[in-house]
Design a protein around this ligand. Sequence first.
Ligand code: 3HC
Length: 330
Amino acid sequence: MYAQEVKSTGKAVKSLEEMTPEERVFQTRIDADIKIEPKDWMPEGYRKTLVRQISQHAHSEIVGQLPEGNWITRAPTLDRKAILLAKVQDEAGHGLYLYCAAETLGVSRDQMTEQLLAGKAKYSSIFNYPTLTWADIGAIGWLVDGAAIMNQVPLQRCSYGPYSRAMIRICKEESFHQRQGYDIMMKLVKGTPEQKAMAQDALNRWWQPSLMMFGPPDADSIHSAQSMAWGIKQNSNDELRQKFVDQTVPQATYLGLTVPDPDLKWNEEKGGYDFGEIDWNEFFEVLKGNGPCNKERMEARRKAWDDGAWFRDGLMAHAEKRAARKIAAE
Ligand code: 3HC
């Protein structure tokens, strides 16, 4: 297992011989597919990696509501509006399950939010792109939620119990999200030439950012080797990206749309598509805060946090009063 993981990412992890006795017992448990639960001993690096990944995932779900929320008032029919509302609410729910899963690792939701607002925690690069037309809502459901499912189905088998269990429900809901996106695209490609052109334009703009969602190439992925050895990630970034391309290209063909990649070509030998170079410079710029909507997204989160201060203060004051009453009654 180890040799294979090191090969796929090109990075080394500690061998069993190099581990402390506690680490060895922990790793043996992971290799035997036994879940790690909150009160079990775990290496500090494992805990930190999970807090980093789960909180980033939670922030992505919450920030991910913004580009789509932008279209709730402008959805073309009442049905589409109801479906989009339900989807955006699902994303809020996913954020909550994930914050709860991270809280089991000893970090509070407030601390995670403060890390996001201070620029110390990330959220997915994909949510820094604008939703310019209704077709973007179709493309997000089809491609962005499609990529999310590809990445998140293996996370159901993550070695950390609370994260893996949260992912089961999230994946079920993401499947509905992907289907609703594809359904929007189907409708548009069967519509007027202008509507079909709108669908193609959305695919053109969302294709590369969707491929970037899987993270940097394996050779540049800092965490993959260790996360795979710890059973947090089951697959490398490039493996999942390849699976996504192989699954999505036939879906584009069925829609009668063209994937915006002149180098895209079926490779019989590998049984998958070869595809063109991704603009990694753009990816790293977005991560640095220089994407088209980074500032807008962070401003929205900051405003929500500030606007909610009175409510958090009210909850704390209420809890303190109750605690004081309880002490007085004892
Ligand atoms: N956006 C922003 N940052 C990214 C990124 C992306 N698409 N891909 C990688 N990064 C960051 C990593 O966080 C890491 O930075 P850090 O050290 O400051 O945390 C750095 O780039 C190097 O990447 P690695 O490959 O070493 O990082 P990971 O091993 O953590 O892999 C990942 C990245 C595949 C995104 C992994 O963290 C993961 O699987 N996360 C869980 C899923 C998730 O967060 N999905 C968000 C997608 S959106 C979503 O779910 C909403 C849905 O409704 C659409």
